[in-house]
Design a protein around this ligand. Structure first.
Ligand SMILES: C[S@@+](CC[C@H](N)C(=O)[O-])C[C@H]1O[C@@H](n2cnc3c(N)ncnc32)[C@H](O)[C@@H]1O
Length: 216
């Protein structure tokens, strides 16, 4: 089993508004201040993903673990042809569908409650992203291989750094809430990429994160 799916589904189903408030800033001034100081790398990761996904116009894009769809909606805004978001947490997908309806962009994006293995499609995507996903996956290799099967162009991935004080604190905090979380070294990640048959990639890091853009 590459992940404890039931545990993750339950955890994220309940975390929808908490998680989205990191982007929406709908929280107290002090909490926003803490996000800016401690989570700046999440915002940087968003910009990185957009930059590395370009040119987006006219492209088909898949977001694995799409959460509340923040990346999906930005891809649509940047004129992607079709964007598909999948997530195992029903609450996340309900929220994405609601926002897509409000924005009247239903024809540009689709959302499914699914992991990448159940996700059954004939479509091949130009870009496939897995951002903030591998933090919750004990065995990333099969997931990377599946993303590769679904993609013709680029795969963009993020991994949280192993061995930092923040990693230690985060592990205690999330484990206490019954959510497993995993951390990775550059060697771990490069090993997965090699085993997945991915040779060409950019390996970037900022803050607590490693970000990879693989060229297929
Ligand atoms: C930290 S959130 C990141 C959401 C979004 N990618 C972002 O960065 O804003 C992680 C999301 O991954 C989803 N997830 C975890 N494991 C998954 C899997 N195997 N397949 C699909 N989604 C998964 C969770 O339900 C959750 O919504």
């Amino acid at each position: 089993m590459y992940q404890n799916i039931e545990q993750q589904k339950n955890y994220w189903h309940k975390e929808v508004s908490n998680f989205d408030s990191i982007y929406s800033h709908r929280k107290s001034g002090f909490k926003n201040f803490l996000d800016k100081k401690l989570r700046w790398d999440m915002y940087e990761r968003f910009d990185y993903t957009m930059r590395k996904s370009e040119p987006i116009e006219g492209k088909n894009i898949l977001d694995v673990g799409c959460g509340t769809g923040r990346f999906v909606f930005e891809f649509v805004r940047r004129k992607a042809k079709k964007v598909v978001g999948i997530d195992i947490a029903p609450g996340m997908i309900e929220t994405c569908k609601k926002i897509a309806e409000e924005k009247m962009i239903n024809d540009k994006c689709e959302f499914y409650i699914s992991d990448p293995f159940e996700f059954n499609t004939e479509m091949k995507f130009d870009v496939c992203i897995g951002i903030g996903l591998f933090d919750y996956i004990i065995e990333p290799l099969p997931v990377i291989k599946r993303m590769k099967e679904l993609t013709t162009g680029k795969i963009i991935l993020s991994f949280p750094k192993k061995g930092t004080l923040r990693a230690f604190i985060r592990k205690i905090r999330l484990n206490a809430r019954n959510c497993d979380v995993y951390f990775f070294s550059p060697e771990d990640i490069k090993g997965y990429l090699k085993e997945a048959g991915i040779e060409k990639y950019n390996f970037d890091q900022f803050g607590q994160l490693y970000c990879i853009t693989a060229h297929l």
